[in-house]
Design a protein around this ligand. Sequence first.
Ligand SMILES: Nc1ncnc2c1ncn2[C@@H]1O[C@H](COP(=O)(O)OP(=O)(O)O)[C@@H](O)[C@H]1O
Ligand SMILES: C[C@@](O)(CCOP(=O)(O)O)CC(=O)O
Ligand SMILES: [Mg+2]
Length: 387
Amino acid sequence: MEVRARAPGKIILAGEHAVVHGSTAVAAAIDLYTYVTVRFPSDSGNDDMLKLLLKDMALEFSWPIHRIKEVLPNFSNPNPLEPISCSPESVTLVASLVEEQNIPEAKIALASGLSAFLWLYTAIQGYKPATVIVTSELPLGSGLGSSAAYCVSIAGALLSLSRCVSLDCSHQGWFIFGESELELVNKWAFQGEKIIHGKPSGIDNTVSTYGNMIKFKSGDLTCIKSNMPLKMLITNTRVGRNTKALVAGVSERTVRHPDAMKAVFSAVDSISKEMATIIQSPATDDISITAKEEKLEELMEMNQGLLQCMGVSHVSIETILRTTLKYKLYSKLTGAGGGGCVLTLLPALLSGTVVDQVIAELDLCGFQCLIAGIGGRGIEICFSSSS
Ligand SMILES: Nc1ncnc2c1ncn2[C@@H]1O[C@H](COP(=O)(O)OP(=O)(O)O)[C@@H](O)[C@H]1O
Ligand SMILES: C[C@@](O)(CCOP(=O)(O)O)CC(=O)O
Ligand SMILES: [Mg+2]
């Protein structure tokens, strides 16, 4: 028996960073997924090892089960139905197991992802040998929530194999968990995100778990039903960055300038709420859709200005803003910034020729453009007998 889980990446339409400090944010799932397959030994022939295969990077990591027991003796009796919190001590211990692996210097950012995997695996499955295979359609460290999609798909696959969660294994094809399992997946994935992000708001794992478009504030989500065609161009600056460092940088700025930053976060809160209202408000004809799009563009521009105040923009992001503005198109960074991806609203009546022109110009600058479907499904799983 093996299980495959897939969880989507996301875009944040408004409110990144400020959401960590209690403001409202709006996010949507995108149709790019991370896939995690878990296979127990009877299928793989691997008796006493926990193996992690990162197939896209052709990397393989493995830990003898006895070594995991030695370093993490307190994970002996996991209860998947009661997510525990990842204490700093347990994260340090897990990191010491990761240090025993040979991670190529250029891929050192994977270390936190390996820690999150080991922590989630032992906390949910204990000391069971297994082979876990990960592939992803998402660029890593680019603001599209690869860390959350990775944690959600790992948590989902592991929980679906746990005896505490009863699922119909004979089900054919992809299927969605029930409400209580989704809540469990989300809680476990949040612990993984803590290991990768340091201080996550929880918006990324929540939208990756539940899918759709959501409004999120202090751990609470509200589903948003869009009443307009919402098309976004996603441009990857290809400038690598690390969410944990950027989130910490905003917190440091908040300590230095508490009153100013409070005002910034409050303005972002208003922007996100207004954006959610506009997206949901009825629009029956082209004129009302265009009017709504113009308001959204202005809100995106304002949110981008506030992200600059938080210190998370980047020259590559500014280049994209200027380039798209030449075509009267409005953009903002999405995710943690500092590089990563930028969103550009593509109005419903915009001609395909203009879209092609702007993409060609962004391509020439060395950026990578994609148009993803937004607001789709969250985590799904699929059982198969073996492979
Ligand atoms: N498919 C994956 N395989 C292994 N690690 C992953 C994968 N996806 C994400 N990660 C982990 O998450 C990190 C990127 O997370 P983060 O900096 O939050 O950026 P983002 O979530 O925007 O992609 C990677 O450096 C890695 O540690
Ligand atoms: C900056 C932040 O708001 C979003 C980070 O998203 P990403 O990891 O850059 O995809 C952090 C968070 O909400 O946890
Ligand atoms: Mg992330």
